[in-house]
Write a protein of this length. Structure first.
Ligand SMILES: *Cc1c(COP(=O)(O)O)cnc(C)c1O
Length: 407
């Protein structure tokens, strides 16, 4: 028989979201009358906007005509969309040939690991989006074998003590650094000065940064950088991964992009972009042309106005949740709400509580589902993530219940 790929036995159990779902289901079975509201999952809830929907349905209809039909497109993506992304989002910072269109950021994060082989040390923020580590383990990178004790993964604690920006001196030279800003789950958004430190560190120490900016559209503070290429030197060391999922509600439509500047190089001087092009043209066959028609519509004037309003809706939800979570009942218990207004997530610290215990208590007393911070990494212990993705009426009802919550 064929031996199981040992990389898979090195994965930590996929524990977080299945466990959340299990506890919710158990509670519902015991309390069939409870109207449970989820402020737990990072999934969009509001419908696609009219201009963008029309672009996609028009395109889908045209595929049914001789004139409008097209088969495989370029594996790197529609030239027009690559150009539009470069022009609208990276003016003077990246060119169209450095933009690659994909079926989403998660998929790119997974595929990009094939570029770096198993010897490259990896550094991740702690807490972090689970794909960075799990994707590395699956390709056998990150010293993933158990006998190595995962020693090639360096966790970078991001806590209230360091303002959710890690101590970079922990990172080994020649590492791949995963960095997510605005961050999932902490909601922290790195300043220009912080990203400058990161970029300078990477350039000095031979590192490459995988910068996940899937939530850039939530940044409202004009002083905060919306792409890492606003930082001088980033074109030498940073790859940006991005997505229409949180920007335009494309979580189900599936469309993302990566930016790989020609000047990011391997030790032997080969541009990383050449190998990325090879991966995208070999292991991927292009994003859906219907989704790409929607992507183009997102980036024209009407689309930009619509997506801004869509994101504003979630930001307003977050504001309501912040008010509720900063109520007297929480303040008196020493609860701290970390939220700057530039992310869909509120990161909330419950002193003296384990994440799963406070999760259970909120589920039990308020019938509200959250996400335990410890599920994103050891430094998430005692925190809970509240997500602002939800219908306004549900968010308001959840806030009402939280206001009466007794800790
Ligand atoms: C939601 C999310 C993404 C987006 O993934 P898609 O595959 O494009 O839907 C990427 N990174 C983080 C941190 C996310 O939370």
């Amino acid at each position: 028989m064929i031996e199981r790929n040992e990389c898979f036995s090195n994965l930590a159990a996929g524990y977080l979201f299945p466990e959340v779902a299990k506890r919710r289901k158990l509670y519902q079975e015991k309390h069939p009358e409870a109207k449970i509201i989820s402020l737990g999952i990072g999934n969009t809830t509001e419908p696609l906007t009219p201009h963008i929907t029309k672009a996609m349905s028009d395109y889908a209809k045209s595929l049914g005509t001789k004139k409008g039909y097209s088969g495989y497109g370029d594996e790197q993506g529609l030239t027009e969309l690559r150009k539009k992304i470069a022009d609208v989002l990276y003016p003077g910072m990246a060119s169209a040939d450095e933009v690659f269109i994909s079926d989403g950021a998660k998929c790119d994060i997974a595929r990009i690991q094939t570029l770096f082989g198993r010897k490259t040390p990896i550094a991740v923020q702690d807490p972090a989006y689970p794909v960075y580590v799990d994707g590395s383990v699956i390709v056998g990178a990150a010293g993933a074998y158990k006998k190595d004790g995962y020693k090639k993964v360096t966790y970078l604690p991001c806590t209230q003590e360091n303002n959710f920006f890690p101590d970079l001196s922990l990172i080994k030279p020649d590492s791949l650094i995963y960095f997510c800003s605005p961050n999932n789950p902490t909601g922290a958004c790195a300043t220009k000065a912080q990203l400058k430190k990161l970029v300078d560190f990477a350039n000095r120490n031979g590192c490459i940064i995988i910068f996940d900016s899937a939530y850039y559209a939530f940044i409202r503070d004009a002083k905060l950088p919306r792409t890492i290429y606003e930082i001088p030197g980033a074109r030498k060391c940073a790859i940006e991964i991005n997505s229409f999922s949180k920007l335009a509600g494309f979580t189900g439509v599936r469309l993302g992009w990566s930016v790989v500047p020609s000047s990011v190089k391997f030790a032997d001087g080969t541009p990383v972009k050449n190998d990325w092009n090879r991966v995208m043209t070999t292991l991927f066959n292009g994003a859906s042309n219907i989704a790409q028609a929607g992507g183009l519509a997102c980036l024209d004037k009407e689309g930009q106005t619509e997506t801004k309003a869509l994101v504003d809706y979630y930001l307003e939800n977050a504001k309501l949740m912040k008010e509720a979570l900063e109520g007297k009942n929480f303040k008196d218990a020493g609860v701290k709400v970390y939220y700057t207004g530039d992310s869909p997530y509120l990161w909330v610290y419950f002193p003296g509580w384990k994440s799963w215990d406070i999760f259970d208590k909120i589920l039990n007393d308020c019938n509200v589902v959250t996400t335990p911070g410890s599920g994103f990494g050891p430094s998430g212990e005692s925190y809970v993530r509240f997500s602002s993705f939800g219908h306004r009426a549900d968010v308001k009802e959840a806030c009402k219940r939280l206001t009466k919550f007794v800790l």
